[in-house]
Design a protein around this ligand. Structure first.
Ligand SMILES: NC(=O)c1ccc[n+]([C@@H]2O[C@H](COP(=O)([O-])OP(=O)(O)OC[C@H]3O[C@@H](n4cnc5c(N)ncnc54)[C@H](O)[C@@H]3O)[C@@H](O)[C@H]2O)c1
Length: 451
């Protein structure tokens, strides 16, 4: 490893790139670096994932197996659980989870453990980038001090005087903006925000990302980069809460909120459509804003928009249950004892990701109220035990006119594209639609309840 490595070194091809955490973010990123000609090693604590990757297999629906196989065969990609191999890397990119704990506070244990894992293997001239979503200050306050225990330094510095501040290693933050399953914007098309602990670190991170994304957007610090990601997700969370609230009002007023949104979206400036649903899901939007709320308390600051949006969004599954109860009541039935089939458990359409899915809550509430519950989801033939829910004995029931017709109520919770909504409505007795997935269905509208 050269002693005096310049940031420009990372413009090179055939760098050795280590990706820590081969999940929804780390795996596509690793494959993108491999595509650009770098030699990538994926590190993961899960030996099953490592074994599958080395065998050229995929465990993520939208990542094709042949892509992994191709880079394993050409020796541009391999995976390991062995942290000692980190010492051979030029760049180390951290893509580990950042969930909330039981008290809904940031759980940074994965990031902390990863920094602890890197520290004994850290080499002079290496670039370390944190990609996990987190509150402003994490890179400098948590990751940097652990890495500096190695005896190597990366001083916090900014401004023109710090342009060439000497550093033993480079450290930066660059948020991942991946939207799994989005066919229009993949990793390569999404601009990447990058902030360094000091200017050389920022330049090193810019250099390594420039060839693999459409544009790199440098910012002046890791904190600005950390906050930019949170702003994006808080923006979504607050706007989704807004349309969810307006949906509930519109239902009461007899106004079709989806028609209203489509009409408002024709304004060519100053408006962006967001759509209501059964609640917030996914690993990011329901979780990330609370990273900022938590950090804000250190500054005696209450993030009221975030709290209010959280309140509205977490109430949505209860609103769905109320709508199901009313629709059954109108047909002289109760939830208790009714056969209910939930369509779609994934947190959004066409993905194989269950994390924080509001459907899990809706299913729990239905069971608590005595429904005879089943589900169908083409992405989940069966369910497993999760942190807050246990559906391990449930299997996706086949969808055909006979099964559909045997239920008192179908609940469209996730609007997968593969569902044939017209024939579902044809066979169903009652359809409660939380996504307006049945908007194009013409026959039997009297069976549909939008909620
Ligand atoms: N999934 C998304 O759409 C998305 C989008 C943008 C940002 N993010 C953020 O990216 C980060 C990663 O999310 P994800 O969805 O890829 O998570 P994930 O759970 O899919 O993957 C994380 C991987 O890290 C591994 N891991 C955990 N600790 C490890 C350690 N110490 N060493 C090596 N591997 C370890 C896990 O086994 C897992 O394979 C999170 O901060 C998330 O908020 C996710």
């Amino acid at each position: 490893m050269p002693i005096e490595r310049k940031p420009e070194f990372f413009k090179g091809t055939q760098l050795k790139v280590a990706i820590i955490g081969c999940g929804y973010v780390g795996l596509p990123l690793g494959l993108r670096f491999a595509e650009a000609g770098h030699k990538v090693t994926g590190f993961d604590t899960d030996p099953k994932k490592v074994e599958m990757l080395n065998a050229g297999k995929s465990y993520i629906e939208h990542i094709p197996q042949n892509k992994i196989q191709q880079f394993v065969n050409s020796k541009h990609f391999n995976a390991t659980t062995d942290a000692s191999r980190l010492k051979d890397a030029d760049a180390i990119i951290i893509c580990v989870p950042t969930p909330l704990d039981e008290r809904r506070e940031p759980d940074l244990s994965y990031v902390e453990n990863t920094a602890i894992m890197i520290q004994p293997h850290l080499q002079k001239g290496q670039l370390v980038v944190l990609e996990s979503t987190t509150y402003p200050g994490t890179t400098e306050e948590l990751v940097l001090p652990i890495l500096e225990k190695s005896g190597l330094n990366c001083p916090i510095a900014s401004g023109p005087d710090a342009e060439n501040v000497p550093c033993d290693f480079f450290l930066a933050f660059s948020p991942e903006r991946e939207d799994p399953g989005n066919k229009q914007y993949g990793l390569a098309q999404i601009p990447k925000v990058v902030g360094g602990v000091n200017p050389p670190s920022g330049r090193a991170a810019q250099a390594i990302y420039t060839p693999i994304v459409s544009k790199v957007v440098p910012v002046s610090s890791t904190r600005a980069a950390e906050m930019a990601k949170l702003l994006e997700n808080i923006f979504r969370c607050v706007n989704i809460a807004l349309v969810n609230e307006l949906k509930m009002l519109s239902l009461r007023m007899g106004v079709d909120i989806w028609e209203v949104i489509d009409a408002a979206a024709t304004k060519p400036f100053g408006f962006m459509p967001f759509y209501p649903g059964p609640g917030l899901g996914g690993h990011c939007i329901p979780v990330d804003p609370f990273y900022l709320s938590w950090k804000a308390r250190e500054y005696d600051f209450a993030t009221r928009f975030i709290e209010l949006a959280g309140e509205v969004n977490t109430a949505m599954p209860y609103h769905v249950i109320e709508a199901i109860a009313t629709a059954l009541n109108d047909r002289k039935k109760s939830i208790k004892g009714s056969k209910v089939l939930v369509l779609g458990v994934a947190y959004k359409k066409d993905v194989d990701d269950l994390r924080e899915s509001p459907t899990l809550k809706i299913m729990q509430l239905l069971q608590q109220r005595g429904a005879e519950l089943d589900y169908n989801d083409p992405y989940f033939p069966q369910l497993h035990k999760m942190r807050h829910y246990n559906y391990e004995n449930m299997k996706s029931v086949p969808l055909n006119p006979q099964t559909i017709g045997s239920y008192d109520c179908l609940v469209i919770s996730t609007d997968h594209s593969s569902y044939d909504y017209a024939s579902i409505v044809d066979s169903a007795k009652l359809v409660v639609d939380t996504r307006n997935a049945t908007r194009r269905v013409i026959r039997h509208r009297d069976k549909i309840v939008l909620c």
